[in-house]
Design a protein around this ligand. Structure first.
Ligand SMILES: *Cc1c(COP(=O)(O)O)cnc(C)c1O
Length: 383
């Protein structure tokens, strides 16, 4: 079936990119576990020559991802970081990248500890503040990079407002949409030029594969990125593409349940006497609640909170949950708990991105909300 843009996202998640296999009629795209492809004559082939360049399982995944984000083109990579690194090859030495100041720790590390040494100029700003973004633009700014909601502070950026600022200055806007997923937010429709995912998280959804992708509309930029994808070679294997495609089938269902559960869990935490602060875009106490309502189809499954007892209390709670597994990552069907400062954000400890050592981040899974709340209740009871 074709990926008609008129289909709703629940339908696209099931059908986009996946057509019955022409050889066998297999309903699900096979895992084309091959490195090379037979040619009928020199240079005569069926569109596939070598699997770094193209692989049918990857093609199906890329088509599905483009449809989900409402974009013309998608490219899949071996990880979210490989995706971002490949996109940054579009920026040349001497050009400037304006990045959000609350981006994924690995993104900050790539910018500050790797790419800055090659002559790319980076600065960091709170992209939630459009005036600050405007003031931080430089004459040679090539790319504005942001996440919304951010990790782990769950601050939001008005994507349409920042897209206008970037475009007025002749720069691209890249949005890392990992935390929202295309079910909750489609940045290309709000003016972004690149949408990036760590498909490791909600898109894959089952904590069984690492991957990344970019979706975009501009065909000339896509051709350049496709060249870079092949030249650099940070591509996903066919098994990983298959697992990600399989995850996508239930993306809309899962996101709905993540949101339903997270709203209940956030409310429970907000009412708990040991909890000092809950950060969740679905609570009216969130400073950008109105923007969340306007820009997102749901507030997502990520919650951050601070306990009255600070870091020691945070460690106690993280140690005592049973359903919430103490682990890095997010976006899978199972609930996870972590302390960003010593875990996911250890790489930004001595930087402006450092987070409160007492902050707890949870990825609310698709289990029963009642069971999740009971689990948090007993862990909080250890305080
Ligand atoms: C995990 C993550 C990444 C990095 O993706 P990997 O697949 O781990 O390389 C980038 N951005 C965000 C927001 C993430 O959560």
């Amino acid at each position: 079936m074709t990926t008609e843009p008129t289909y709703h996202i629940e339908t696209l998640a099931v059908h986009a990119g996946v057509a019955p296999d022409p050889v066998s009629g297999a309903v699900m795209t096979p895992i084309y576990q091959t490195s090379t492809y037979a040619q009928a004559d020199v240079g005569v082939h069926k569109g596939y020559e070598y699997s770094r360049t193209d692989n049918p399982t990857r093609t199906a995944l890329q088509t599905a991802l483009a449809a989900l984000e409402g974009g013309q083109h998608a490219l899949a990579f071996a990880s979210g970081m490989a995706t971002i690194d490949t996109i940054l090859r579009l920026v040349r030495p001497g050009e400037h990248v304006l990045s959000g100041n609350d981006v994924y720790g690995g993104t900050f590390r790539l910018f500050d500890k790797v790419l800055a040494a090659y002559g790319l100029e980076f600065s960091f700003v709170d992209t939630a503040d459009s005036t600050a973004v405007q003031a931080a633009m430089r004459p040679h700014t090539k790319l504005v990079w942001l996440e919304t909601p951010t990790n782990p502070m769950l601050r939001l950026t008005d994507i349409a407002a920042v897209a206008q600022i970037a475009h007025a200055a002749g720069a691209w806007l890249g949005v890392d949409n990992t935390f929202a997923s295309p079910v909750l937010q489609r940045p290309l429709t709000l003016g972004a030029d690149f949408v990036v995912h760590s498909t490791t998280k909600y898109i894959g959804g089952h904590s069984d594969v690492v991957g990344g992708a970019v979706v975009l509309n501009d065909t000339a930029v896509y051709e350049r990125l496709k060249f870079l994808q092949n030249a650099i070679g940070a591509v996903p294997g066919p098994m990983d593409c298959f697992l990600t495609l399989r995850g996508i089938k239930t993306l809309a269902l899962r996101m709905a349940q993540h949101c339903r559960n997270a709203i209940k869990v956030a409310q429970f935490l907000a009412d708990h006497p040991q909890v000092a602060e809950v950060i969740y875009p679905g609570l009216e106490s969130h400073p950008q609640y109105e923007l969340a309502q306007r820009q997102m189809a749901g507030p997502g499954g990520m919650i951050s909170f601070i306990l009255q007892g600070g870091e020691a209390a945070a460690r106690t709670v993280a140690r005592h949950t049973k359903l919430f597994t103490l682990a890095e990552s997010l976006g899978g069907v199972e609930s996870l708990i972590e302390l960003p400062a010593p875990m996911t954000h250890a790489s930004v400890a001595d930087s402006p991105l450092a987070v409160d050592p007492g902050l707890v981040r949870i990825s609310v899974g698709i289990e029963s909300a009642a069971d999740l709340i009971t689990d948090l209740q007993q862990a909080l009871g250890k305080l």
